[in-house]
Design a protein around this ligand. Structure first.
Ligand code: 3HC
Length: 683
């Protein structure tokens, strides 16, 4: 018997009912899915022949969570709780059959099922924390009852997607069934449940692990302390912890009430609104209106990288990590050996930290080769140039590539600021040239700016965006301008920060304000980390800027033990009297006098200058949409995701408010500064 439902079907074969949900793309728990669950399970319960029910999903995944687009809107019946109760409190066993990802509300539904089976490739988790939320459908109460409080804390506050084998080991799954045979496996499991007359197991009734946790109340304080740095600024991790504490200390129903109260608070709060915005912004960024989704791609089976320095090596690791062979080209054996050794040592550190097996490391290293001969790049599908920022050198390299690399390949430059059109002018096939701007450390940072030149083809853009996703990056399209999206905005902030040094601020005053706002570090700590001598030359330096003087004195950043800050043996930054002296001296020589600058002024001048630049970037069409700018700053520069990004932040304050403030700062913003027409005209 087959019954059609709003988002799926109920099929009854003998004594087993199969409720199959179909709600593309990811079977999110929208109203129709909840309705389908309630109706389908109720029908199966009511059918006299049925003795067990299998809940399975069509398409690429099991239920991937609540429908995030419904948050903040009036609730539509039936609620997720109703759907869960129909399953958990019903009188027939329900078996969740999981493939793809069972996440958030989706996993919370599975936890209400009496049994769970999955294919080995499946992953389960409660990732709500990444949306500034907590699992609000019993996840914080049921998960700890299976895995214990300590594991639940890690899994829930980390929002981890846990592999099926690990879920099985923790008791979250009852059985793994062969890959590709989920339905057959789930039916066989249901047969066992019927034949062995297994009980209607309810996670809510388990108490053993909660009792064990009650004997160690210090667990929570220790966890908070150990993760204080990681959770800095975020509200959701603390709320998740409180819910797990409630699971340990309160009866199930009361724990559920705590969870509900805290969930409602988070879902309406600014942090979750910003993080949900960031979730969709990231997905939007992959869509380029004039490059159709079915644009033919270059199949990237082999990658060439020119330059085995820090950037080149980091970029190479991304490809080796996903099984794509990479050849790195250098100009000297010494540089090549050094580059390959650095990659090996980076992998070695990951192995030491237990995040990669020695075997996997060797497999990745086997994919990495080096050469001094550019001819080796002839059969590469994608070549990425990652040498230092010198236009003449880059053009010479591209001219050579043009003669060597097979037709159809994508030729990319990792430049962080130079004109991609000028680089493309060095080749006979400018349509193949695209910018792929990675961020340092390139094997870690999520952002990839894909830079579109005037002649870049749809195929080159689509290939760069696609391969970016394959290597785990968040790719954002940028047009050509100095610094592209990210560094151009960074420069606007740096100009304000530098200007405030001449008005009476010290570097650590400015850094502290931006750190407290939620940035990982301020502009001066960042310069010290990158090295103050990047782009500085001893031969031409004339003590014209504070940086010049610092570099001339050998204070070139963390690597020399001193820069804007002094560094101790553990690389801890301390405010520096030497730097204070240099700044004071500069102020006196240039006739500047000191004034008190409030933290508010520091913050507003830095951030509003960024917003202003971002508005120009948008108006010029360098960024496709405001949210792309936010994706760049969240993923490439550590803008706190709970504040959405500079453009989202601007919208929360009101663009007209920002324009008014910028006008009030007037000449302080600098002679170069002009209010963006977008802000000027904001109502
Ligand atoms: N709600 C609404 N839309 C969703 C969604 C969700 N939970 N999850 C994914 N989508 C949409 C995406 O926006 C995207 O839409 P688009 O095609 O229009 O851009 C489409 O589904 C496909 O998503 P991805 O591009 O991300 O597809 P992938 O295959 O790369 O990844 C995924 C699939 C791993 C499921 C990923 O989409 C994901 O992580 N989704 C969010 C999972 C999640 O956070 N679940 C918890 C939700 S909150 C919750 O459940 C609260 C509860 O506790 C009460």
């Amino acid at each position: 018997m087959n019954t059609s439902l709003p988002a799926g079907t109920l099929r009854i074969e003998g004594d087993i009912a199969v409720l199959a949900i179909q709600h593309p793309p990811v079977n999110a728990l929208s109203q129709v899915v909840r309705e389908t669950l309630v109706k389908g399970i109720a029908l199966a319960q009511a059918h006299s022949a049925v003795r067990a029910i299998v809940l399975i999903c069509e398409g690429r995944t099991f239920l991937a969570g609540a429908d995030i687009t419904e948050f903040g809107k009036p609730p539509q019946a039936p609620s997720l709780f109703e759907a869960q109760d129909v399953i958990e409190l019903g009188h027939k066993p329900v078996i969740a059959a999981i493939h793809g990802t069972s996440l958030g509300g989706g996993f919370e539904v599975a936890l209400c099922c009496h049994y769970r089976v999955a294919v080995p490739s499946a992953k389960c988790g409660l990732p709500e924390v990444h949306l500034g939320l907590l699992p609000g459908a019993g996840g914080t109460q049921r998960l700890p009852r299976i895995v214990g409080a300590a594991k639940a804390l890690d899994m829930i506050t980390g929002g981890l997607h846990v592999k099926a084998a690990d879920c099985l080991a923790m008791g979250l799954l009852d059985e793994l069934v062969p890959e590709g045979q989920l339905l057959a496996g789930a039916l066989a499991f249901a047969r066992k449940v019927i034949d062995e007359d297994r009980p209607l197991r309810k996670v809510r009734d388990l108490d053993e692990k909660m009792r064990a946790a009650r004997a160690h109340p210090e667990l929570f304080a220790d966890f908070r302390k150990a993760n204080a740095r990681k959770f800095r600024g975020f509200l959701a991790p603390e709320y998740n912890i409180r819910c797990i504490e409630a699971a340990v200390n309160l009866p199930f129903e009361q724990g559920m009430q705590t969870e509900r109260k805290l969930f409602l608070e988070l879902v309406a709060g600014p942090q979750s609104i910003a993080q949900r915005y960031a979730f969709f912004a990231e997905r939007q960024a992959s869509k380029i209106p004039d490059v159709p989704a079915d644009t033919p791609l270059v199949k990237v089976a082999k990658v060439g990288i020119i330059g085995a320095g820090t950037m080149g090596g980091g970029i190479a690791m991304n490809f080796a990590n996903v099984g794509i062979p990479v050849v790195m080209v250098e100009t000297s054996q010494e540089a090549l050996d050094r580059g390959l050794a650095t990659v090996r040592s980076n992998y070695g550190n990951t192995v030491k930290r237990g995040r990669l097996s020695a075997d996997a490391m060797e497999k990745r290293l086997d994919l990495l080769t080096g050469s001094l001969d550019m001819q080796i790049l002839a059969d590469c599908d994608l070549v990425i140039e990652a040498v230092f920022e010198d236009m003449a050198v880059k053009k010479a390299i591209f001219a050579k590539l043009d003669a060597i690399v097979k037709p159809g390949a994508v030729l990319a430059t990792n430049t962080s600021a130079l004109d991609v059109n000028e680089i493309a002018s060095a080749v006979s096939r400018p349509e193949a040239v695209v910018g792929m701007h990675f961020f340092s450390p390139a094997n870690v940072m999520k952002l990839l700016e894909v830079v579109r030149g005037a002649k870049t083809s749809h195929t080159a853009i689509a290939t760069a965006m696609d391969i970016g996703k394959k290597i785990g990056k968040v790719a954002v399209l940028s047009g050509v301008c100095p610094g592209f999206i990210g560094n151009r905005i960074l420069r606007a902030r740096s100009l304000q920060a530098q200007a405030m040094l001449m008005e009476g601020c010290m570097p650590w005053d400015i850094d502290r304000v931006l750190y407290d706002f939620g940035m990982p570090m301020g502009p001066f700590a960042m310069s010290d980390l990158a090295g103050l001598d990047l782009g500085w030359s001893a031969a031409t330096s004339q003590s014209a800027t504070i940086r010049d003087v610092l570099c001339e004195k050998g204070r070139r950043g963390q690597k020399t033990g001193a820069g804007y800050y002094d560094y101790d043996a553990a690389r801890q930054a301390q405010p520096s009297e030497v730097t204070r002296g240099i700044i004071t001296d500069f102020m006196q020589r240039s006739g500047h006098s000191r004034r008190e600058i409030s933290d508010t002024e520091i913050l507003e001048r830095c951030l509003f200058a960024m917003v202003n630049e971002a508005c120009d970037i948008l108006a010029e069409g360098i960024a496709l949409r405001a949210s792309d700018i936010d994706v760049v700053w969240v993923n490439g520069y550590g803008w706190p995701v709970y504040r959405g990004g500079p453009m989202h932040y601007a919208d929360t304050l009101g663009r007209a408010t920002i324009a008014a403030k910028l006008k009030a700062y007037g000449p302080l913003m600098g002679a170069h500064f002009k209010i963006s027409p977008t802000l000027e005209n904001a109502q």
